[in-house]
Design a protein around this ligand. Sequence first.
Ligand SMILES: [Zn+2]
Length: 108
Amino acid sequence: MIDTTSARSRLERQLAELEARQAHLASDLAEPLDPDSSERAIEVEDEASLEAQANLVANEIASTRRALDRIADGTYGECVRCGAEIGAGRLEARPEAALCIGCASRDA
Ligand SMILES: [Zn+2]
């Protein structure tokens, strides 16, 4: 039996942290590049990695929200693909996990 109460609080905390990181990344991305800067090449590189990070964070936010939706639906802890139990250990490590270890490793 999965303790969805503690899973929910972990997911909510995770979501708040991710949203704070997203806001921070968005403000970093909004900073205009200085065209005279000798560090321009580095800034452009930073900008690309900021965008990559922002995409990653956006994906994590989406999967965290979906996990919270599954708690609300009562389907949390079931693999969204095959319906098998995801397993407490896996949920402990990744509370937002949507796939059981079998489906996840077939994807990898
Ligand atoms: Zn599965």
